[in-house]
Design a binder for this molecule. Structure first.
Ligand code: PHE
Ligand code: ZN
Length: 879
């Protein structure tokens, strides 16, 4: 295979820009095939820069005009290459550059730069999309003030939006065109530029900030969908208030707009004052959105809004610093969700996500540090590691420094770096300075990839009345990092007495222990607690206080005790998960050997006990009743994985729970039904989650269970329940499932976002005919290669969430995904590269599947004309 020739970008090569752009005036004449862009740049040499030529990035642009201080540039004064425009030896003073370009938004299938989605003009510039609009130093450390004029046919695009505040509008005399002018007073990098034009509906409101600024809020959507925006609008107002209360951050423009588009590569984008969203994260009604959809909408609306301070006011110096804005902003949105919903349940959900995605990434060939040091394609670094592990690092910082120290550091960061492009060192430096604590060792968390493994062993000495706890850490090798240094690991903990209470006033000489926290800094730490009358049960890593893999020498008895008694709800949940994991790993080994699996009966009683405990939050009980997923088990096994055996174990345990806990589950199912109208609040969602989890188990117990699921599907008055009924049927592979799927299609055939659920459910069915089903669905009229949501709903779900069928031993699952990916790679490389990351765990599979997956990867790698995005993923996966 011909190695990809793309140059590697290195953090160590960072140099400040040679030229700065203080102001940009953009003038757009929108046209579906031929949009004309005039750009006026007010340029000056950077006093701290290296000097030399002025290099402007550009991609897929037609250059139509080029003037310096009003005079056309001679052909000898510039050089035009495939990916840049170089002005050779420009003046050593400030000057004005006028650039004309023409672009074709309709031909833009990569959805980067200016494109058309369902007739709406929109832009996506992060990370390097602005260069597909005009020639520009397209790097985040060039901050400019933008004024944007947009002109379009009034009938085509009655709505014209850009960043900042509206400053003018009117009709173009003697034509069918009109225009709008926007001015954004806050200097920003080009990746935060945005423009939207189209015939959109609007839902509006106002928000008054803490200091009394009135902000006009607008959400723009496809006409006819206005009635699905209420929840997003309320979530926006909650977010704005929360950032004032929790971080003292106010909004800073007169308007804040959100636009929902149907073709979007990612979830949403935080463009200054003009967030652009994948419509899936805006539109919701009880009939079309599930409780999970509502929660995602709230979190993502908040996330993009919070970027206004962490990302926009303070941006990244270069793309290696991506976690500076993303990790921090994910932390902020998680804290917001914890505050407006249930903190314990939010944490459990966040940790589930972290382990399911980031731990897997960290254990495979695509592992990279939270702040990477090299990349070939930056689009491939919008990863679970940068986002989710990045958020965990902020959480650890807060745990280590305490709430007040953390807030002091944040305040200093906002104060000192506002209006600049910063680095992780700048950020961490603020916490060190504000608290007086050295944080040099903490930087290792940003440098070293891999999930640290912590082992804990406790020993009680009855005669001496001491409890000795030994903690050790190691970190496995990752690409380019064969050895690791020990990292500072905050382990929140308690020792539980025989009654289950936390033992107060613990006595120890160890300097590593303070106030419910052990700071493990070296490779090994031995802590002796004295004066304990009885053997305690340790509750370690409470609230999952560090992103590590903890192995403790706890017996089944200890875990059962923790499941019933631990006062930390996270650890209480974790104890049940750990027990279930032990049982499932043993069961899959038994199944692989043709033996009958065995159950620890006390596990079932413990589960029953929790499910029946009405003192506990229903959403928490739903989490306890949700067993580890098949991929969780695969991750825990870590080598020679046989997905069929794991699936067998899962079926077995679910069947057992459904049968043994039948009365309890049926009782929950009856008691948690509601006659009240649907409301998406956390309490209602929690009750539905518990009831629907029970339903899923009941459905596995025979024909009566199937009938319950069918009725549940039919009688549902909201999408959460409807989907719960339908997925209970498809999961059982019941003959009733097909009729219900047909019914579902007929009900929602005009609603693409709802049909995505229909595609995904079918893509994750476990029968051997799923492959044919997915192949047929690829030709379904409701499917579309050009819409990323459709692609992810069908092929993404099949590859990432159907372990037995994607990993078919005959390799047909891999071939299907490989063929499809090669097809989509030609039009949208970013989406293709993301699909390919489903192959990242191929090395942990048993040999037959491993060989089949490798063959598929090698075929992709050898494909003529493979995009840089996909080449980067397959090459690293094969390395
Ligand atoms: N910056 C976006 C976020 O909020 C993600 C994104 C990245 C969107 C690249 C589009 C393109 O996380
Ligand atoms: Zn973000």
């Amino acid at each position: 295979m011909a190695k990809d020739q793309t140059p590697v970008v290195r953090l160590q090569d960072y140099a400040p820009p040679a030229y700065l752009v203080d102001r940009v005036e953009l003038d757009f004449r929108l046209d579906p095939q031929s949009t004309r862009v005039r750009s006026r740049l007010h340029v000056r040499p950077n006093p701290d820069g290296p000097g030399g030529d002025l290099v402007l990035d550009g991609e897929d642009l037609e250059l139509t005009a080029l003037e310096l201080d009003g005079a056309p540039l001679a052909g000898t004064a510039y050089k035009l290459d495939k990916d840049r425009l170089t002005i050779t030896t420009p003046p050593e003073r400030a000057f004005v550059l006028d650039i004309g370009t023409t672009i074709d938004p309709s031909a833009n299938t990569r959805l980067m730069g200016l494109y058309r989605s369902n007739g709406v003009y929109c832009t996506q510039c992060e990370a390097e999309g602005f260069r597909r609009i005009t020639f520009f130093p397209d790097r985040p450390d060039v901050l400019a003030v933008y004024t944007v004029r947009i002109e379009a046919r009034a009938s085509d695009a009655p709505v014209l939006l850009s960043n900042g505040n509206p400053v003018g509008s009117g009709v173009v005399a003697g034509s069918d065109r009109h225009y709008a002018v926007w001015h954004d007073p806050h200097p920003k990098p080009s990746y935060l530029f945005a423009l939207v034009g189209g015939d959109l509906g609007r839902v509006g409101d106002t928000f008054v900030t803490a200091s009394g600024r009135e902000v006009t809020l607008g959400i723009y959507v496809e006409k006819g969908k206005e009635d699905r925006c209420d929840y997003a609008l309320e979530a926006l107002k909650r977010s704005m208030r929360w950032d004032e209360d929790a971080f003292g951050r106010e909004y800073d423009l007169d308007v804040f707009n959100i636009v929902a588009v149907s073709d979007f590569n990612m979830g949403a984008m935080e463009n200054k004052g003009l967030n652009v969203f994948n419509d899936k994260y805006v539109l919701a009604s009880p009939e079309t959105a599930t409780d999970t959809d509502y929660a995602n909408i709230e979190a993502i609306i908040a996330h993009e809004y919070f970027h206004n301070w962490t990302g926009n006011r303070i941006t990244c110096r270069d793309w290696f610093q991506l976690c500076l804005k993303e990790g921090l902003t994910v932390f902020r949105d998680q804290e917001f969700s914890a505050d407006v919903r249930s903190r314990a349940v939010e944490r459990i959900g966040d940790v589930r996500t972290l382990k399911a995605h980031q731990f897997v990434e960290d254990a495979g060939p695509l592992a990279h540090p939270v702040r990477p040091e090299t990349y070939k394609e930056i689009n491939n670094f919008y990863t679970a590691t940068v986002y989710e592990k990045g958020a965990e690092l902020i959480r650890m910082l807060k745990t280590l420094l305490g709430a007040d120290g953390f807030r002091a550091g944040m305040d200093l960061y906002f104060d000192r770096h506002d209006g600049t492009a910063a680095t992780i060192e700048d950020f961490i430096g603020c916490f060190a300075e504000a608290t007086g604590r050295k944080l040099d060792d903490f930087m290792l968390w940003y440098h070293q990839a891999g999930t640290p493994e912590v082992t804990a062993s406790g020993r009680y000495d009855t005669a001496a009345r001491t409890y000795e706890l030994t903690l050790e850490q190691t970190c496995p090798p990752t690409p380019g990092q064969p050895t690791k240094q020990p990292m500072p690991i905050p382990i929140a903990f308690a020792l539980l007495g025989p009654d289950g209470d936390e033992i107060t006033d613990l006595k120890t000489e160890s300097p590593a222990v303070r106030d419910g926290l052990i700071e493990l800094t070296g490779t090994r730490e031995r802590i002796v607690f004295t004066d304990l009358p009885a053997k305690p049960v340790p509750s370690l890593l409470r609230g999952f206080s560090a992103p590590v893999k903890l192995t403790a020498n706890l017996t089944d008895d200890d875990l059962l005790f923790a499941a019933a008694e631990d006062s930390d709800p996270y650890n209480r949940w974790q104890a049940v998960q750990s027990l279930a994991t032990r049982i499932l790993i043993a069961a899959q080994a038994a199944i692989a050997d043709g033996r009958t699996p065995e159950i620890e009966p006390r596990f079932l009683r413990s589960l029953e006990h929790t499910v029946e405990a009405d003192a506990l939050d229903p959403s928490f009980r739903a989490q306890v009743l949700s067993l580890p997923s098949e991929s969780d088990i695969a991750r825990e096994i870590g080598r020679n994985v046989d997905p069929d055996a794991i699936h067998g174990a899962d079926q077995w345990l679910r069947g057992l729970i459904g049968g043994e806990l039948g009365a309890c589950l049926t009782d929950v199912y009856r008691r948690f039904g509601s006659n009240l109208p649907y409301s998406p609040d956390a309490a209602g969602a929690g009750r539905r989650a518990l009831r629907n989890t029970a339903l899923g188990l009941i459905a596995g117990t025979g024909q009566a269970g199937i009938e319950t699921a069918e009725q549940h599907y039919r009688n549902a008055d909201n999408m959460t329940d409807r989907m719960a009924g339908l997925s209970a049927l498809t999961r059982q592979g019941a003959p009733e499932a097909d009729a219900a799927l047909d019914d579902f299609f007929e009900r929602y055939r005009t609603d693409p976002l709802v049909l995505d659920k229909w595609f995904s459910l079918q893509a994750t069915m476990t029968g051997a005919d799923t492959l044919d089903r997915v192949t047929a669905l690829m030709r379904h009229p409701a499917f579309s290669l050009s819409n990323p949501n459709r692609v992810r709903a069908l092929v993404g779900a099949f590859a990432a969430a159907n372990p037995t069928q994607f990993n078919r031993a005959d390799g047909a699952g891999y071939r299907l995904v490989a063929d499809f990916t090669l097809e989509i790679d030609r039009s949208n490389p970013q989406v293709a590269a993301r699909l390919l990351s489903a192959f990242r765990s191929w090395r942990v599979l048993e040999p037959v599947r491993r060989a089949a997956a490798e063959a598929a990867l090698r075929r992709i790698a050898g494909h003529e004309g493979l995009s840089r995005d996909s080449a980067d993923i397959v090459e690293r996966s094969l390395d």
